[in-house]
Design a protein around this ligand. Structure first.
Ligand code: NZQ
Ligand code: ZN
Length: 382
């Protein structure tokens, strides 16, 4: 096992009726800005519950944070916070609202330069506005990590940061709030969480049996519970299991002391930036390109995964079977697994590969995926 440091300060408040107790977790006298998406929280009653719970607070609202949240929109909230001297941010919605709110939290006092530097330079903020979350979509793990992904419309870029200043103080997770998710978002969430596990597990062995089994626990849970929520969207237990699994998939406990990949995500973000596909839709295509391209380097873990998750006997053909079985699982959920199915062709492949190269990074757990390899992976994902 490799050396590691692990710290996660997020207070998780999980279960039925937890939104009603929100006021207990926000400092008395705070001037709160509630950040929201396009309206789903009105339709499912979460908005009403938050308003009631925070009736004793000075509460303002900022609406309109989009899926694949935009820097341009988030900056409007930053200006509002500066103008109104907001002292607490409450994100209410999916991962996009929370990611944008993490940015807002860091950007309000980042006045010396363009806060986009939080992404381009991995900059730290001189001071943050404290942040809490009510998460309504299990997928990103944003509720228990310090990552944020934002898109800048003017440059068609989608960039991520991982910044310890961006942990929410708390995250409220009521599985009932996910009953209203459209099927497409439920599928996206299962696939996104599944691929998060892959990025931390499907590398090479470093003798980390605990982390491997933590990852496999999340795989099993998604495989067993995913079809249940699709069949019965109001199955509380299945929704709760998916929600907690998605949090575990990216709170980085399973990443302690093990190598990580993230090439599927890096390539996928570029596809979203240039073609507008949902985040998970890109992952479900690129993952298999990465696995096929890297199957020798990933062989030991692919064989272990195939055996433990899908019951595939190790031996000749086991790697291919593990890949095929995973693709069949995604398709059984109703997720497409090839870029051409979304009308994406080779037109931007060169641009995607050059952009990643221009940021000076090589991808993968061996840092051996450069421009040429990205092009090969994209062609395998077509
Ligand atoms: O905008 P509203 O009206 O709220 O509707 C949203 C949105 O249209 C809707 N929704 C959310 N909760 C709902 C609901 N509809 C009905 N009932 C509910 N309970 O779902 C749509 C998608 O929401 P969004 O927040 O965009 O989805 P998700 O949580 O999957 O977030 C995706 C974003 O997170 C980034 C992705 O790149 C993408 O930008 N990621 C963030 C990560 C992180 N912070 O750690 C890691 C991930 O790998 C990922 O990159
Ligand atoms: Zn993801």
């Amino acid at each position: 096992m490799n050396n590691f440091i692990f710290q996660n300060p997020v207070k998780v408040i999980f279960g039925r009726g937890t939104i009603g107790a929100l006021a207990e977790h926000i400092p008395a006298g705070a001037k709160v800005l509630m950040t929201c998406g396009g309206g789903s929280i009105r339709a499912n009653g979460v908005y009403g519950q938050v308003k009631e719970a925070l009736s004793g607070f000075d509460l303002q609202e900022f609406w309109g944070i989009e899926p694949n949240p935009r820097y341009e929109t988030a900056m409007k909230a930053v200006e509002l916070c500066r103008r109104e001297k907001i002292t607490f941010l409450l994100s209410v919605g999916g991962g996009s609202v929370l990611d944008a709110t993490k940015f807002i939290s860091l950007a309000v006092h980042y006045t010396a330069a363009d806060p986009w530097e939080l992404y381009t330079k991995g900059a730290l903020s001189p001071q943050t506005v404290p942040l809490g979350a009510v998460i309504t979509l299990p997928a990103t793990g944003s509720e228990m990590n310090c990552n944020s992904v934002l898109s800048r419309e003017s440059t068609a870029e989608k960039l991520a940061f991982s910044n310890p200043q961006a942990y929410p103080l708390f995250s409220v997770m009521d599985p009932e709030s996910t009953f209203t998710l459209p099927e497409r978002q439920t599928i996206n969430g299962i696939v996104d969480a599944f691929v998060h596990v892959c990025e931390q597990y499907m590398t090479y062995p470093v003798n980390s049996p605990l982390q491997d089994r933590q990852a496999e626990a999340v795989y099993h849970t998604l495989v067993e519970e995913g079809p249940k929520v699709l069949k019965n969207p109001r199955d509380y237990d299945a929704r709760a299991n998916i929600m907690w699994a998605a949090t575990h998939a990216l709170n980085f406990i399973m990443a302690c002391g093990v190598p990580e990949d993230w090439s599927t995500h890096m390539i996928g973000h570029e596809i979203t930036a240039l073609h507008g596909l949902d985040h998970a839709q890109t992952l479900a295509c690129v993952l298999f390109g990465v696995w096929k391209h890297q199957k020798q380097a990933k062989e030991a873990k692919l064989v272990q995964y195939g055996q433990r998750i899908w019951g595939i006997t190790p031996g000749p053909g086991a790697v291919e079977k593990a890949i095929d079985r995973t693709e069949a699982f995604f398709r059984s959920l109703g997720m497409k697994t090839r870029l051409h199915e979304y009308g994406v062709g080779t037109e931007n492949f060169e641009k995607i590969a050059s952009r990643i190269e221009s940021r000076g990074m090589k991808l993968g757990e061996h840092a051996n995926i450069g421009k040429k390899e990205i092009l090969e992976i994209l062609n395998l994902s077509l």
